[in-house]
Write a protein that binds this ligand. Structure first.
Ligand SMILES: [Zn+2]
Length: 649
């Protein structure tokens, strides 16, 4: 803490100031967050112990499988010896393309081999308006840079990044055997196609609105939308079960893709596809490719000084690829049953608080309150790890073929997803692996999910006093619950269907309140002007759901703390170590978010990350909650205790 700062002026600086000074970003990171990063490192180290032991001396079939996978990633000698041989079969398929009309069959063929091809996203997920149905869905894709803005924003900063990207592609193509002239030509062709795709892409902010991405049509309608792309060939090619209708999330993108298929030369398409194959697997190729990929995509775009040690990369890759195999053994070592029972109690406490909060909201009518309480009662809780684990027994793993293993995993994941078409929804499925330090709310499931990885200190500590736990994991639980009622989540009902359950008047009041939050956060700067880069502010509408969840989480976890203290006959004014329970609660909350990040990463995240950076997660939330100002004896009108603030929940 930096107690030389007035908490009423800048609470983040007060709670985190000395931490941020004493904890510079490690050279293999671009962001260093007090709670998250340390726990991620710790969980990964524990995972590594398990993987290393399994790679050397497996005791079970499962250990043999993930041990071999990990070993194939660690075996850089073999990776070096094989060169680009692992991607040559995909490049051969692309070389054999006779005309643009052959692209649907080619994409299907590549995907059947597990080769990433960029282009677009096709898969199965719940129908937004009837969450009991699993339907085919199609979304925009095709870009290599982090966001469409990188291609289209017209200023010196992005122009420089674009020039560096083209230069990077040239180097990669040259490493793969192109002459300098060929490499330049290929890079220019890729840039032209990706830029056209970027221009036709829906912005992340618009994509957040479910109505914008909901366009049910027949396959025949889709064929009419894109006559240059034969969907029947693609759909039959990938081997998914028959369907008549699907959701085309971003029709304008596919309309534009149709035009591109007609206007771009066959050679340009081949270059684009060659690039997708090379770029998406560069990290798993020999060191020269890895280093060049790192230099642009990590160093230039995010300011990372050096890659993480190989064992870290390979532990993370194994977790991403076979997460529920490794996770089964990980939770046995790292998640005691008592942790789950304590979490059940905390979640119940937060549920009660949110219920109390809804009942007393000044701006909401009784009918809407009743509907909100119904939705709250229907939220399901998933804590720790799945009841039923995914069965990976069909995934072939070879100790000497990393890219082959990744292809097998990609095919497994794709088929797992395709198999859902037309089947009942599996409510027990998880979207995060057990060691993950994170949590999520899924609006179509209407459930909150807390992997074992986050249920540890500093978020959750059975030995800490209530203020610390409610300020830590309590605010995380409250955050996830509030997602069910943020600007996006509130558009779904308790069953997870997109349906208005508020009265028109209450919906109008709700929107006025969320707009207040959006405008407030748009005023926050995340990176100051420097060199050719202008000052970068947060995008209040991109981050609106997360900010609303932060604000709601802070309020309802505080209410739950008051309940917990009352049950023990204590008050929030009782002091431990010179701080009242209320102050300790806010400090615990703030210290979850102490962080340092590079300037480049702050800029990248401002465009792609729906979460605000730590400074604004803390200061934005506390200045919207009067109990904070009261707890620290602030004067009305000070920055953290303003006359006017925003409140949704
Ligand atoms: Zn969130």
């Amino acid at each position: 803490m930096d107690t030389s700062v007035d908490p009423c002026t800048d609470f983040y600086q007060y709670a985190c100031g000395n931490w941020t000074k004493d904890n510079p970003i490690p050279s293999d990171q671009v962001r260093w967050v007090r709670s998250f990063s340390l726990l991620i490192e710790r969980n990964r180290y524990l995972l590594w112990q398990e993987l290393d032991a399994a790679a050397k001396d497996p005791k079970t079939a499962l250990q043999k499988q993930y041990g071999d996978f990990y070993a194939s990633c660690m075996d850089t000698d073999t990776i070096e010896k094989r060169g680009i041989a692992p991607i040559q079969p995909s490049w051969k398929m692309i070389a054999d393309l006779k005309s643009a009309s052959g692209i649907p069959a080619l994409l299907a063929n590549l995907e059947n081999h597990g080769t990433p091809d960029g282009f677009f996203g096709f898969g199965v997920s719940q129908d937004e308006k009837d969450s009991s149905k699993q339907i085919a869905q199609l979304f925009q894709g095709g870009l290599s840079l982090p966001d469409r803005d990188y291609y289209i924003v017209d200023n010196a900063h992005f122009a420089a990044i674009r020039a560096q990207y083209v230069d990077h592609m040239k180097k990669m193509f040259a490493l793969a055997g192109d002459s300098p002239e060929q490499a330049a030509q290929e890079a220019a062709a890729v840039m032209e196609i990706e830029t056209a795709m970027a221009k036709a892409s829906m912005s992340r902010t618009d994509l957040r609105q479910p109505a914008n991405r909901y366009h049910i049509m027949t396959v025949a309608d889709l064929d009419n939308l894109t006559p240059a792309f034969d969907w029947n060939v693609y759909i039959h090619g990938v081997g998914i079960r028959h369907f008549d209708t699907l959701n085309v999330g971003t029709p304008d993108f596919f309309k534009a893709l149709n035009g591109l298929l007609q206007s771009e030369s066959l050679g340009s398409w081949k270059s684009y596809l060659r690039w997708q194959v090379l770029h998406n697997q560069a990290q798993d190729l020999p060191k020269a490719f890895f280093d060049e990929d790192f230099a642009f995509f990590h160093k230039t775009l995010s300011g990372q000084k050096e890659p993480p040690a190989r064992w870290k990369q390979c532990s993370s890759l194994t977790d991403q690829s076979l997460g529920e195999a490794v996770g089964q053994d990980w939770v046995k070592q790292n998640f005691p049953p008592a942790a789950k029972q304590s979490m059940d109690k905390l979640v119940a406490a937060l549920e009660k608080s949110l219920g109390d909060d809804i009942k007393t909201l000044p701006w909401m009518g009784d009918d809407t309150k009743k509907a909100a309480e119904e939705k709250l009662a229907m939220i399901r809780n998933k804590i720790g790890y799945p009841e039923k684990w995914k069965n990976y027994s069909n995934v072939k793993v070879d100790r000497a073929d990393l890219i082959g293993n990744l292809h097998h995993v990609a095919v497994f994941d794709r088929n797992f997803n395709f198999n859902k078409l037309g089947k009942p929804v599996d409510e027990k499925e998880w979207g995060m692996t057990p060691p993950t330090v994170n949590a999520y709310y899924n609006p179509s499931f209407n459930d909150i999910n807390f992997p074992a990885g986050i249920l540890q200190p500093p978020f959750f500590d059975a030995k800490a006093d209530p203020a610390v736990n409610f300020g830590g994991i309590g605010t995380v639980i409250g955050h996830e619950m509030t997602h069910g009622f943020d600007d996006q989540g509130a558009q779904y009902d308790g069953k997870g269907d997109l349906r208005q359950w508020q009265t028109d008047a209450d919906l109008k009041a709700f929107k006025e309140r969320t707009e207040c939050v959006a405008n407030e956060y748009s005023g926050f700067e995340t990176a100051p002007a420097t060199g050719d880069a202008p000052s970068q502010h947060l995008n209040g509408h991109l981050t609106l759901g997360e900010n609303t969840a932060d604000n709601g989480g802070l309020r309802i976890a505080y209410m739950a703390l008051l309940d917990a203290l009352a049950a023990e006959g204590k008050s929030v004014d009782e002091k431990i170590g010179g701080f009242t329970e209320a102050q300790r609660y806010f400090i615990s909350f703030a210290q979850v978010w102490c962080q340092n990040q590079t300037d480049a990463e702050a800029r990248r995240r401002a465009l792609v990350d729906p979460h605000s950076p730590g400074q604004w997660r803390v200061n934005g939330s506390v200045q919207n909650f009067d109990e904070f100002g009261k707890a620290f004896g602030c004067k009305k009108g000070q920055p953290m205790y303003p006359e006017n603030s925003c409140r949704v929940w």
